[in-house]
Design a protein around this ligand. Structure first.
Ligand code: FMN
Length: 179
């Protein structure tokens, strides 16, 4: 399986390093796309080392080779973990202002989104509406879980654990192949 791992700018980006490791252990080929904010939390080098694959950080990385289109031809699926409220909103309206959002807009395969954010952001009306819209379009939403958050508050908003994300992705491919 060829997977694109998207990482956006939330504290739980540290968990996506473990997710990358588990994806490689499944023998999936992994290419990573990081948002600019994600790089405030974790470095591209971590994903390069864990996946032995390329890490893209900008639409303009590859000059005239449109990276979002070549990636969308290459990938079997994409998982974005964590996905911020901001990126959820951009995907919901079809924005294409970064490599990650351009790629998602172009890609026709399965997209798994693993939201992580403060409870207030998760329960805000725009986020609820965006998630509803994305589910209706066939995006697969994994989590978030209830529990203690990075800021010390407690409530829904924790990113699902990497093992659970892998299990849900694997399950959904089993369901697709049984249809
Ligand atoms: C310390 C810190 C932690 C943050 N954690 C989150 C988070 O967990 N979830 C979220 O949706 N936004 C979080 N944000 C806000 C995002 O980083 C911000 O909305 C950013 O524009 C997201 O950009 P991106 O979606 O392109 O990665 C956090 C910001 C800061 C400064």
């Amino acid at each position: 399986m060829k997977a694109v791992l998207g990482v956006t700018g939330g504290v739980s980006a540290y968990k996506s390093a473990e997710l990358a490791r588990l994806m490689v252990r499944k023998k999936w080929q992994v290419r990573t796309i990081m948002s600019r904010s994600a790089q405030q939390f974790i470095t591209p080098l971590t994903f390069k080392a864990l996946t032995s694959g390329p890490v893209y950080t900008s639409l303009w990385d590859s000059g005239f080779d449109a990276g979002h289109i070549s990636l969308s031809k290459w990938a079997d699926f994409i998982v974005i973990a964590p996905v911020t409220a901001n990126t959820v909103a951009k995907i919901a309206v079809g924005m294409a202002d970064t490599l990650l959002t351009s790629f998602v807009l172009d890609f026709t395969g399965p997209v798994f989104l693993c939201p992580a954010m403060h409870t207030g952001m998760w329960e805000a009306a725009p986020t609820e509406e965006n998630i509803k819209k994305l589910k209706k379009r066939g995006f697969i939403i994994i989590g978030p879980e209830k529990g203690s958050l990075a800021c010390g508050d407690s409530g829904p908003g924790r990113m699902s654990e990497p093992e659970d994300i892998i299990a849900k992705i694997t399950d959904s491919f089993k369901k697709i192949s049984c249809k």
